[in-house]
Design a protein. Structure first.
Length: 243
């Protein structure tokens, strides 16, 4: 099993059985067309986990467009049609009969008025109830031991770092605690998306298990005995506190 898959197995158990999260799934669609490796929620807040198993992959993650949206700082408009955020330029271009909203030199949408374009950009590129309240990078323990200073110095100050050793969620440790990106409650739409992904994963797992066993009754019994884990787990290494 790959390190990435191992991390996801550990994370799902960690969030469900240790943190008692009722919502959790992998590969969930988020803002800016990106996927969250693991997304969880307690019904009030939203938590995203990004699994990185190499330094190169970790350092390149900052280029993802979602981080521009996760940033709670607004766009700074230096003039009515030019703004900046995280060194990215936002422009509103007049095309005579319409206006184009530009992000980093790329057109994203057209509008009838410049004020509509500006309002769209201001609302789109800032943290809101559809973005996670916290984000953690999850890396192998060896990666932290070798690169911890570089890792800390290259991530946003609000993001946290966790490590894993194997698929045992008791071995997950919080190395850098995340700060809240925002304090808004998770949106109903985000919970619906997360729930749909949970259902899809359960259906796929059940279908796979069914074809392996060829008996629906034995499937249910075997899944029950195989997947049942004590919900009252404690005594974690370092007694980590995620939130």
């Amino acid at each position: 099993m790959s390190e990435s898959s191992t991390a996801k197995v550990a994370l799902l158990s960690y969030c469900r059985y240790y943190k008692q999260m009722p919502y959790l799934a992998t590969e969930v669609g988020t803002v800016a067309g990106c996927l969250a490796d693991v997304l969880t929620s307690d019904g009030k807040l939203l938590f995203e986990f990004e699994v990185k198993t190499s330094l190169k992959d970790f350092l390149s993650d900052s280029k993802k467009p979602k981080h521009l949206i996760y940033d709670p700082m607004p766009i700074i408009w230096d003039s009515p049609d030019v703004g900046t955020k995280q060194n990215i330029t936002f422009n509103i271009i007049n095309k005579h009969d319409y206006f184009v909203a530009m992000v980093g030199g790329t057109p994203v949408r057209t509008f009838k008025t410049p004020s509509d374009a500006k309002e769209y950009l201001d609302n789109k590129y800032i943290a809101n109830s559809a973005t996670p309240n916290m984000l953690y990078y999850v890396i192998p323990e060896w990666m932290w031991d070798k690169h911890n200073e570089k890792l800390i110095n290259t991530i946003h100050t609000n993001y946290g770092i966790m490590t894993f050793i194997d698929s045992n969620y008791k071995n997950i440790q919080v190395k850098k605690k995340a700060n809240k990106i925002h304090n808004l409650s998770v949106s109903h739409k985000s919970l619906l998306v997360l729930s749909k992904r949970m259902s899809s994963e359960l259906a796929a797992l059940s279908l796979t298990y069914y074809h392996q066993n060829c008996n629906w009754f034995s499937l249910g019994k075997k899944m029950e005995s195989t997947l049942k884990i004590d919900d009252g787990i404690s005594n974690f290494i370092g007694e980590n506190n995620l939130f």
